[in-house]
Design a protein around this ligand. Structure first.
Ligand code: SAM
Length: 203
């Protein structure tokens, strides 16, 4: 994990001290299936069952740097999968923050919850459901991050569930978008092309 993290720092993907710390502390080997433990530190997505993957470390680093999560924040993580990124977010948010990790496949939500148990986070809650509409029950959020790719546009409901000043990072087809909520119904949006994701499946 140390070598993988150092590689992401030297290539300029990881920059922020608390996010770098999360990479050092939340070991990817704890979040991959038993038979893939030997590949945990390879900079590639890996299968976690049900046609899904634990995301590529480089992509997670890039998206977390755009998200710029901070201690004490309320964060929504859509598509929690293995629970690796959710656990890093829980580490960054700290005791005063809260992370809601939503996943549509119940078996994966359970896989993520079990994987993260080792770290004993009190501020991380796993939810089974369709996160393409956010999670209105706990809105509004400082940060929202989505690990699966939306079809053709950014779901309006996710933008609405941001606090003013909040940030949303979401893939749409083969681009990652950063959305910053400037005021009610006023958003600044920036596109970063050249990525591949599993699809965000809406019910
Ligand atoms: N951060 C996760 C990780 O590293 O393990 C990413 C897992 S994978 C790339 C994306 C996840 O999004 C999958 O587990 C998939 O089931 C989930 N997903 C897809 N559409 C969803 C939806 N509408 N609501 C919640 N989760 C969804």
């Amino acid at each position: 994990m140390k070598l993988l993290t150092e590689d992401l720092i030297s290539r300029g993907y990881l920059k922020t001290p608390r996010t770098i710390d999360a990479f050092y502390k939340i070991d990817r080997v704890d979040f991959v299936p038993e038979e893939l433990k030997s590949e945990a530190y390879v900079n590639e997505p890996l299968p976690i069952g049900y046609g899904q993957t634990i995301s590529q470390p480089l992509t997670v680093a890039f998206m977390l740097e755009l998200l710029a999560p901070e201690e004490g924040e309320k964060i929504l993580d859509v598509g929690s999968g293995s629970g690796w990124q959710s656990s890093m977010l829980a580490y960054i948010a700290g005791d005063k923050g809260k992370v809601f990790a939503i996943e549509r496949i119940s078996e994966l939500s359970e896989f993520g919850r079990k994987n993260s148990e080792k770290y004993n986070f009190k501020n991380l809650k796993f939810i089974i459901g369709d996160g393409s509409k956010g999670y209105g029950k706990e809105a509004f959020y400082d940060r929202i991050i989505v690990a699966a790719s939306a079809f053709s546009e950014i779901p309006e409901e996710l933008k609405k569930q941001l606090k003013i000043g909040g940030r949303l990072v979401i893939p749409v087809e083969n681009s990652i978008w950063l959305v910053v909520k400037k005021a009610e119904d006023e958003y600044e949006e920036k596109e970063f092309p050249g990525f591949a994701f599993v699809p965000l499946i809406s019910e």
